[in-house]
Design a protein around this ligand. Structure first.
Ligand SMILES: Cc1cc2nc3c(=O)[nH]c(=O)nc-3n(C[C@H](O)[C@H](O)[C@H](O)COP(=O)(O)OP(=O)(O)OC[C@H]3O[C@@H](n4cnc5c(N)ncnc54)[C@H](O)[C@@H]3O)c2cc1C
Length: 302
C-alpha cells in the first residue's frame, strides 16, 4: 500500500503509454517496492483547476530543466520518485503544452518539505524544483501530451485501482458486528438502516468493480463514468465510519491506547478522520459532479 501511487496509478499508465525501455526500467523496482513513488500534480494555485499548472520543464537538448512548486504530495517524504505534470510549452495555456515527467527526488535542486497532519505525521509534502535537470528519457508519452496521459492516470485512480472493494466489504462486515454488540443501546432507527445500506453498498461496489475489470479485460477503457465510482466509494466510506461513530457513542472519540481499548474501539476513529479526505483527493466530489453532468449526461456547461 505504501507504493500505491506507483502500483495503482503510474504502473497502469506506464503499461499503456511507456516505451519498452521505460517499462523495463521502472516497473520491476516499483513492483518490488525498491522504488517508492509520489504524485506531483497539485500546486498552490492549481488544485481542482489542474489546467492552471505553472511548474515549468524547459527542454535543453536531451534534458528537461524543471522550476516551480508542487503541494499535497502524499508520501513524498518517503518516496524516491515523483511523477509530475509540468508545463513544457511556455507559450501554452490551460491543458495544452503540459507533459508528464518522472523525477528522482534525490536530484540536485529538489527540496521536499513535509506538511504535518493533525496527528503530527508528515503524510504530505511540498516539493520545490530549482533548476532540476532530468533526462528526456523520463518523459512519459509525447511532449506536450501530458494532459491526455494524466487523464488516463486519473481514470485508473477514480475508476478502478485506488480503493479496493475488499476494503469496504471488510469494513461493512465489521460494522455489522459492531451493531450486534452495541445496537441494543441505540434508539435511533436510522442507524439500523445505515448499517444495512453500508453492507449493500459495499457489495454493490464490489460487483461494479468486477464489471469494470471485465470491461478492461475485453479491450474496453475507463471513461468519465469513473467519476460516479469515485463519488460512490468516498461517500460510502464516510457513511460506514459515521455510522460506527454513532454506534460507539461518546466512547468513539477515544484514541485507543491499551489492548482492551483496541479490542473495544478498533480503528474506527482513525478511519473516520481519514474518510473526511475521500471527497477531496483524486479530484473533489464537486468536480466529479461537474464531469458527470457535462460528459456523462451531456448537460450544458455553466
Ligand atoms: C488526502 C489527500 C491526498 C492528496 N494527495 C495528493 C497527491 O499525492 N498529489 C497531488 O498532486 N495532490 C494531492 N492532493 C491534493 C488534491 O488533489 C487537491 O486537494 C484537490 O484537487 C482540490 O484542490 P485544492 O485543495 O486546491 O482545492 P480547491 O481547488 O481550491 O477547491 C476548494 C473547494 O472549491 C470547490 N471547487 C473548486 N472548483 C470548483 C468548480 N469548478 N465547481 C464546483 N466546485 C469547485 C472544490 O470542490 C473544493 O470544495 C491530496 C489531497 C488530499 C486531501
Amino acid at each position: 500500500r505504501v507504493n500505491q501511487n506507483g502500483i495503482f496509478l503510474l504502473g497502469p499508465t506506464l503499461m499503456e503509454y511507456g516505451t519498452a525501455e521505460q517499462k523495463e526500467r521502472f516497473i520491476p523496482a516499483m513492483a518490488s517496492g525498491d522504488e517508492i513513488w509520489a504524485q506531483g500534480w497539485s500546486e498552490p494555485n492549481a488544485g481542482s483547476d489542474m489546467a492552471a499548472i505553472r511548474c515549468r520543464a524547459d527542454r535543453d537538448g536531451d534534458e528537461f530543466v524543471i522550476n516551480g512548486q508542487k503541494i499535497w504530495s502524499t508520501r513524498a517524504v518517503y518516496a524516491d520518485w515523483v511523477f509530475g505534470l509540468f508545463r513544457t510549452d511556455p507559450d501554452s495555456t490551460r491543458h495544452h503544452g503540459l507533459s508528464k515527467i518522472l523525477v528522482p527526488l534525490n536530484s540536485e535542486g529538489v527540496t521536499v518539505r513535509p506538511i504535518p497532519q493533525l496527528n503530527g505525521l508528515p503524510g504530505f509534502a511540498e516539493i520545490f524544483f530549482d533548476d532540476v535537470r532530468v533526462p528526456a528519457f523520463n518523459l512519459l508519452g509525447g511532449e506536450n501530451e501530458g494532459w491526455r496521459i494524466a487523464m488516463a492516470t486519473a481514470g485508473f485512480e477514480r475508476g478502478l485501482m485506488l480503493r479496493s472493494p475488499a476494503r469496504f466489504q471488510q469494513a461493512s462486515k465489521r460494522l455489522v458486528q459492531l451493531y450486534r454488540e452495541h445496537g441494543s443501546d441505540v434508539i435511533d432507527p436510522s442507524i439500523e438502516s445505515a448499517v444495512v445500506r453500508c453492507y449493500m453498498d459495499a457489495e454493490a461496489y464490489a460487483l461494479s468493480t468486477y464489471q469494470t475489470a471485465s470491461k478492461l479485460c475485453s479491450g474496453g477503457s475507463i471513461g468519465a463514468e469513473a467519476s460516479c465510482n469515485k463519488i460512490f466509494w468516498s461517500e460510502m466510506d464516510l457513511l460506514i465510519h459515521e455510522t460506527a461513530m454513532n454506534l460507539l457513542g461518546a466512547r468513539a472519540e477515544i484514541e485507543p491506547q491499551t489492548a482492551a481499548e483496541f479490542a473495544e474501539l478498533g480503528t474506527w476513529l482513525d478511519g473516520f478522520m481519514f474518510a473526511q479526505s475521500g471527497p477531496i483527493y483524486a479530484g473533489t466530489n464537486e468536480i466529479q459532479r461537474n464531469i458527470i453532468a457535462e460528459r456523462v449526461l451531456g448537460m450544458p456547461r455553466k
